[in-house]
Design a protein around this ligand. Structure first.
Ligand code: ACO
Length: 338
């Protein structure tokens, strides 16, 4: 492609989200484990989350969100030329959900990329889509982020630190080049990782280190449930997300005052408040919807972005900052001029 097309920024021409209808409140969880609505609200800001019915996969949530994003953009499905799908909870160990989304939406045999960067999965996927649009390689990318967490959490006292935090949901975007070159679009994306902290937040088993991959010992010791060092995750998330936003602002010659809305990954409302405090961004400029959905991992930012748009919190020309932190560790940021 010529140099002119290289200058075109990526714009979001459609967005949608979907959460399963079943609401699970903190009071519902009180019946399963030694926890309380008060503890959960105080420590995380979560009041309720959504859980799928058994048999509904991340790909199913992704498809619903994708249908809405496609309709919102006014696109024909036949014009979509690439799928990028982010999840840590795929329907199967392999293949990823990208191909399932393709088949369920009856899309042509276009490429389907799967991204596995947990809570940072959405921004990592966005960064990939942005590069492909900027270079002119693809013209209409479907980006989906979807999670079903509820089927693999330990809903007993042992797993209460994790089980209360997570929920199911999906968000989707359509990415296209800005043909008008009017300055709107993704300004930049910034990715970071530090693999020394793998064990702070992980689902250790099953994996290829055992033969066969699933063993009785693993089931007995419940190592197939995700585990987390909550304090370390909290500490690092509160510092790394502001760092990532600052890197993005500096890269674009902008300051915190230029940000109209900050959308942090909805990990825990206390973390979001710490991020805002650290950046000196007033809470009115921070999108916070974790009370309704819990932490939906890769899906949390696109769900929050869509709700912010629906609530009229983003106006044309606004600079929106996205940031995430999660397992890996991985963290990331993106700036978008709307
Ligand atoms: N209900 C009641 N008590 C609980 C629960 C629960 N659901 N879970 C843990 N506890 C208990 C613990 O057993 C512990 O008890 P003990 O002191 O008798 O050992 C006590 O609560 C821990 O209390 P605090 O130290 O006050 O807990 P803390 O303030 O650290 O909060 C939490 C725990 C919420 C997990 C916090 O560390 C946290 O939010 N960490 C970040 C984790 C996170 O958000 N992860 C999301 C995934 S990663 C990401 O998306 C960035």
């Amino acid at each position: 492609m010529g140099a002119a097309s290289m200058d075109k920024r990526t714009i979001i021409t459609g967005i949608g989200h979907y959460v399963p209808p079943r609401v699970v409140t903190n009071f519902d969880l009180e019946k399963l484990m030694d926890t309380s609505d008060e503890w959960i609200r105080q420590r995380s800001g979560i009041i309720e989350r959504r859980h799928v019915e058994l048999g509904v996969g991340s790909s199913d949530l992704a498809v619903e969100a994708a249908r809405r994003a496609i309709a919102d953009s006014g696109s024909r499905t036949s014009d979509i030329d690439l799928i990028i799908a982010a999840t840590l909870s795929p329907d199967h160990y392999f293949p990823g959900i990208g191909v399932l989304v393709q088949a369920k939406l009856d899309l042509p045999p276009i490429g389907a990329i799967d991204v596995r960067n947990q809570c940072s999965g959405f921004i990592y996927a966005l960064s990939i889509g942005d590069q492909y649009i900027r270079t002119g390689a693809y013209k209409k990318i479907l980006l989906v982020a979807a999670e079903v967490q509820s089927t693999n959490l330990n809903y007993s006292d042992e797993g209460r630190d994790m089980a209360v935090l997570f929920g199911d949901g999906a968000g989707a975007l359509i990415l296209e080049p800005n043909e008008h070159n009017d300055g709107r679009g993704i300004l930049s994306t910034h990715l970071f990782a530090d693999g020394r902290h793998v064990t702070d937040l992980w689902m250790e088993k099953p994996g290829c280190l055992d033969k066969p991959a699933v063993t009785e010992e693993m089931v007995r010791t419940k190592k197939f449930f995700p585990r987390m060092d909550g304090k370390n995750v909290f500490k690092n998330a509160s510092v790394k997300m502001p760092e990532a936003v600052r890197a993005a602002l500096q890269h674009n010659g902008l300051t915190v005052e230029d940000v109209a809305l900050l959308i942090p990954h909805q990990a825990n409302d206390r973390i979001s408040q710490m991020v805002a405090h650290n950046l000196k961004i007033p809470l009115e400029k921070v999108m916070r919807n974790i009370s309704k959905y819990g932490n939906t991992t890769a899906a949390s930012i696109p769900i929050a972005l869509h709700e912010a748009l629906q609530e009229g919190r983003i106006k044309p020309g606004d600079v929106v900052a996205l940031t995430s932190f999660g397992s890996g560790y991985t963290w990331a940021s993106a700036l978008i001029r709307w």
